[in-house]
Design a protein around this ligand. Structure first.
Ligand code: F6R
Length: 589
């Protein structure tokens, strides 16, 4: 949430910064701005709107500076407006700060600073940081910065500039991601690697409560706890610049759906990591999948799958788990966090709560080196590549395959599955890529979306392992099309929602190819009798998916539903990559 960027080097910083912000836009897009040091001091061109709108109004090509910081915002404190857009300055305009996160004690700090004569311009929590630096500054920028950080409670990734120190950007991190991209005679700072992948793949990843100084030719990092200088590892990032580009597609979402076949097969690369997790959870009494949103649906699939294979598992929404189930955990429990970004605040908090109770923790994550991977006892990657569209698609496929593999390995280890059955399932998982490709090649979904573009209410129904598919199909449609869509367990319909069924409603029913088929058919008859339209999804159904083992059907059934949501959004003239009010990577509670 919120993307921050920094650049110091020989290029024109305003232009570089706007390019970087564009690549971070999926993190927030209600306003944007930069601060750069020009001949006459710090300039802060900024404004309300998406990065391109702000860029067009400011014309960064006409600006000149070799050092600067930038920000693309997802508002937390204060409405989206030019005055609340980052960066923010102190009273004198000597220090500028961009920030991602939430300063929980900002009101307290603001009161204290106001009493000491500081005057504030914005409604943001961030502005206190600039005033704190001003308050502590005595000729040493880094020391003032560290003192200011010492006063902050909450989460932050911060970049700071000063006209008194024109060669350096100061950086800090606590519970919000921040990376330094290491170039030749230039350095980049960003919330996420795609911002600088076109320039360098060498990076330093800051950990919580670390801060540092970045110049064009040097970096130095320190621990906020001990004040000691740190020897930070240089990491080589595996993602390529091309992967983070839109290619020939109109939207990142469409590109990422077309990468779903690869995402399925790439997740199998995590086999060894998943086996290590499986070894640890085999001695645990209970396994909890914990996640948010789409990733939670992958966790719910994991629960059903484990249960189908004779193993006990639960799936919990992280924001609920952290305040409920977490309190009853002990060392016999395992918590497996699922997350595309590895930065979701609620998921991280749930893992921290589980660790505090002595539970084993592991994560299934896409972003290498992200916070969850640093926190958990073990990590397995989905290897889905960068996912830029706000709505998660290919990462979900990666999560489903990873969870399936983990469940199969666990069942084999616990003797619930013999070697032959395991190998049969594993072979089919390897074939899933082609089956997804068949769905994408069939090209049927756009026409269907056209016929449903004006429908106002959708229900998605599924049973057992396809219940998560129903939830996920509905989530995707509502978040990018702003149409009312509900995912429901098919058997629950008659306990309430059946009252809503009439000719204005369309129901997408995911039809299993197993013993539950008849049950869903009965549910469909009940719906049709009330006048609603039903579209079935399954082998030889209205929306066709290839045959596979029923336990893997959710990996296929969601693919046309992703496309359906995409086309409805486009037909409504919306931007599916940047749905209103949302941002990727939810780093606040
Ligand atoms: C929906 C979506 C969100 C995320 C959720 C968790 O399309 O993308 O629901 O799944 O915010 O994010 P991660 O997976 O990064 O933890």
């Amino acid at each position: 949430m919120c993307g921050i960027a920094g650049y110091v080097g020989g290029k024109n910083a305003p232009v570089v910064l706007f390019d970087m912000l564009k690549r971070l836009e999926y993190r927030g897009y209600d306003s944007a701005g930069i601060a750069y040091v020009g001949e006459d001091g710090i300039n802060i061109p900024k404004g309300k709107g998406k990065v391109d709108e702000v860029r067009a109004s400011l014309n960064p090509e006409s600006l000149m500076g070799q050092i600067g910081v930038g920000h693309t915002r997802w508002a937390t404190h204060g409405v989206p407006s030019t005055v609340n857009a980052h960066p923010h300055t102190d009273c004198t305009g000597v220090f500028a700060v961009a920030h991602n996160g939430i300063i929980e004690n900002f009101l307290e700090l603001k009161d204290e600073l106001e009493e000491r004569g500081h005057s504030f311009k914005s409604e943001t929590d961030t502005e206190v940081i600039a005033h704190l630096i001003e308050e502590y500054y005595d000729g040493d920028f880094l020391e003032a910065f560290a003192k200011a950080l010492g006063k902050l409670k909450g989460s932050y990734a911060i970049t700071a500039l000063s006209t008194h120190h024109r060669d350096m950007i100061l950086v800090a991190r606590n519970e919000s991601p921040l990376l330094i991209g290491l170039g030749e005679g230039e350095n980049f700072i960003a919330s996420d690697a795609p911002a600088f992948l076109g320039e360098t793949k060498e990076a330093v990843i800051l950990d919580d409560l670390e801060y540092g100084v970045v110049t064009a030719g040097n970096t130095a990092f320190y621990s906020l706890k001990s004040g000691r200088k740190l020897r930070k590892k240089h990491e080589t990032l595996s993602w390529s610049f091309r992967e983070a580009e839109r290619g020939g597609y109109h939207h990142f979402m469409l590109k990422e759906v077309h990468e779903e076949p690869d995402a399925a097969v790439n997740a199998l690369k995590g086999e060894k990591e998943l086996r290590a997790v499986c070894d640890k959870i085999s001695s645990c009494r209970r396994v909890y999948f914990v996640a948010c949103g789409t990733a939670y649906h992958a966790g719910l699939y994991g629960k059903y799958l484990m249960e189908r294979l004779g193993l006990a598992a639960e799936a919990s929404i992280a924001s609920e788990f952290r305040y409920s189930t977490a309190g009853s955990l002990n060392s016999e429990c395992a918590v497996i966090a699922i997350s595309q970004s590895g930065e979701t605040a609620d998921t991280i908090a749930a893992v921290k709560a589980a660790k505090a109770r002595g539970a084993y923790t592991a994560c299934i994550v896409n972003v290498v080196g992200s916070s969850l991977t640093r926190l958990c006892d073990d990590s397995a990657y989905t290897y889905s590549g960068p996912e830029i569209a706000v709505a998660s698609t290919k990462a979900y496929i990666g999560q489903l395959v990873s969870v399936a593999l983990l469940s199969l390995e666990s069942a084999k280890k616990k003797m619930k599955l013999d070697e032959k059955d395991f190998l049969d399932y594993f072979d089919e998982l390897k074939n899933i890529r082609e089956r997804i490709q068949d769905i994408l090649d069939s090209n049927e979904i756009r026409a269907l979306a056209e016929s449903e573009a004006n429908t106002r209410t959708f229900f998605y129904l599924g049973r057992r392992e396809n219940y998560p598919t129903a939830l996920e199909g509905a989530l995707k449609l509502k978040e990018i099309s702003y149409v009312h869509a509900e995912g429901y367990a098919a058997g629950e319909l008659k306990h309430g929602p059946l009252a809503l069924m009439d000719e204005t409603v369309t129901v997408l029913a995911i039809m299993p190819d197993d013993e539950l088929k008849r049950k869903v058919e009965s549910n469909i008859s009940e719906i049709k009798a009330r006048g609603a339209k039903v579209i079935t999804v399954g082998v030889n159904k209205d929306i066709r998916i290839p045959k596979t083992y029923p336990i893997f059907a959710p990996i296929l059934a969601i693919v046309p539903l992703h496309l359906f949501a995409y086309y409805i959004s486009v037909l409504k003239g919306l931007d599916p990559d940047k749905p209103r009010n949302l941002a990727k990577s939810v780093t606040v509670e």
